[in-house]
Write a protein that binds this ligand. Structure first.
Ligand SMILES: NC(=O)C1=CN([C@@H]2O[C@H](COP(=O)(O)OP(=O)(O)OC[C@H]3O[C@@H](n4cnc5c(N)ncnc54)[C@H](O)[C@@H]3O)[C@@H](O)[C@H]2O)C=CC1
Ligand SMILES: O=C(CO)COP(=O)(O)O
Length: 297
């Protein structure tokens, strides 16, 4: 919707029977500049392709269709870590499409806000600085402001890890533990995010930017966030719609596996993984976090 301000856009989906009003984006009718199709070869004729798939679906999609995407400029919007391979979306794209230029678009942004034309700032990460500069210009609009970086690892880890911490923040609020406890979870969660990211080669300033702290702030404080609402339901012991995309649940499990492999202490992520799998109660999780050995901040 936003990019159609810059020129014609083709939107591909497996099922296009919804016409121009997608129930996943209620209240938004696609503008004339968006052409909707279920013809993937036709849609992939463009040079620049945005892949807006859930992180756990991206690997399978690339296994089926990667050949169509090679040599293109591929921009992933997925915020997660693939559970079976323990890698982020950029690695999945590079492995499936070795001749493509790979970039990541991430940062604080609810789809509904962008579609309504509200002002939004994002991070565009591309290891190839020149290609990143071109994509930054192509994908910015007067209300969608892109900052660029070459730190793809940091940008995609920020987006993936903030979802895990947002679930924890939701649990705190859902369980009635209060805003002070949520602030503690956000802060200690951010410490975990920077710790793991540094171990994996990210730059610290990427984590304090839009793709890290920016998105963490948004997702831990807004009822628009699916990850936060899912955490709230867990905390309140209420059911949650299983058809809703909640990236942080699988990513928490991936983070726990990855952190175990490289020996990185990630207590909040480990707790979210156990809560999401039903292996721990909220009371036990809170007790566990509060009774860890006292340490320096
Ligand atoms: N919705 C939002 O506000 C934002 C979402 N993101 C990220 O973008 C990614 C996608 O999120 P949403 O669009 O919100 O999710 P969604 O669940 O609303 O939509 C995902 C779409 O992908 C389709 N899909 C799933 N598996 C597929 C496959 N194998 N082949 C083809 N299509 C498939 C689904 O049918 C659905 O239409 C996630 O990683 C999310 O974290 C990033 C920023 C904001
Ligand atoms: O990534 C997002 C905001 O930046 C969307 O968050 P949720 O997936 O939690 O709805």
């Amino acid at each position: 919707v936003a990019l159609s301000a810059n020129g014609p856009v083709t939107l591909w989906a497996r099922d296009t029977s919804w016409g121009r009003d997608n129930p996943r984006l209620p209240g938004v009718t696609l503008p004339q500049g968006v052409h909707v199709t279920d013809d993937l070869p036709a849609a992939t004729a463009a040079d620049t392709l945005l892949l807006a798939l859930p992180a756990q679906a991206l690997g399978g999609f690339l296994a089926d269709h990667g050949a169509l995407l090679d040599s293109k400029h591929l921009v992933s919007t997925a915020k997660g870590i693939d559970l079976s391979r323990l890698t982020g979306p950029s690695t999945l794209l590079t492995q499936a499409c070795p001749r493509a230029t790979v970039a990541v678009l991430t940062g604080p942004s609810f789809a509904a806000d962008i579609a309504r034309g509200l002002p939004t700032a994002l991070t565009l990460a591309c290891a190839d600085a020149e290609a990143g500069r071109a994509l930054q210009h192509d994908l910015s609009t007067p209300v969608l402001r892109l900052y660029r970086t070459t730190d793809v690892t940091g940008a995609e880890l920020g987006g993936a890890l903030k979802n895990v911490i947002a679930i924890a923040a939701g649990v705190v609020i859902g369980a009635g533990l209060g805003d002070s406890a949520r602030a503690a979870i956000i802060t200690r969660g951010f410490a975990e995010m920077t710790r793991l990211s540094a171990r994996l080669g990210a730059r610290p300033e990427t984590l304090t930017g839009l793709s890290g702290l920016g998105d963490l702030t948004l997702t831990c404080t807004s009822q628009q966030s699916r990850n936060f609402r899912y955490g709230q339901a867990l905390g309140a012991r209420q059911p949650f719609d299983a058809a809703t995309t909640v990236e942080g649940a699988a990513t928490a499990r991936a983070v726990a596996a990855l952190a175990g492999k490289i020996g990185c202490d990630m207590p909040i992520a480990a707790m979210v993984a156990r809560l999401a799998e039903g292996r721990m109660t909220v009371d036990d999780a809170a007790q566990h976090l509060m009774t860890r050995p006292l340490k320096e901040e």
